[in-house]
Design a binder for this molecule. Structure first.
Ligand code: MN
Length: 134
């Protein structure tokens, strides 16, 4: 079976390196987008199984990029996990309203990070199997 492929949308290299390390250690393939705009382009070009979305990003923020990815029929099925230092009470709600499927705050709890990635990949796989064929 091929490895799940995960797109990391993150503008901070230290955060990116940590996330990539954790994902590759868990056996996933990763791609890196540095901005919201590039995140949209790569979600279409690479068709990842999951997207980890930072919210504060150059060019276009993560909320807007998420809305665009979820509004596009080609990419709307891809689960998106917001990964962000925005931990004010309204931020989680705003991320979910933009279309994010889940939410993780920085600094990361590594165990929770791994669990959340696995859970969202499993949920998406189940949906694909049981969903209508269009
Ligand atoms: Mn950022």
């Amino acid at each position: 079976m091929s490895k799940p492929r995960i797109l990391i949308v993150e503008d901070n290299i230290d955060n990116y390196e940590l996330v990539r390390f954790l994902l590759e250690r868990a056996g996933y393939d990763t791609f890196w987008a540095h901005s919201g705009r590039e995140g949209i382009d790569m979600s279409k070009a690479k068709r990842p199984d999951l997207i980890l979305m930072d919210l504060s990003l150059p060019e276009m923020d993560g909320w807007t990029a998420t809305e665009r990815i979820k509004a596009d029929l080609e990419t709307k099925h891809i689960p998106i996990i917001a990964l962000t230092a925005h931990t004010l009470p309204g931020d989680r709600k705003r991320a979910l309203e933009a279309g994010c499927d889940d939410y993780l705050s920085k600094p990361m709890n590594i165990e929770l990070f791994t669990e959340t990635v696995e859970k969202n990949l499993a949920r998406a796989k189940h949906k694909r199997k049981s969903g209508p064929i269009i």
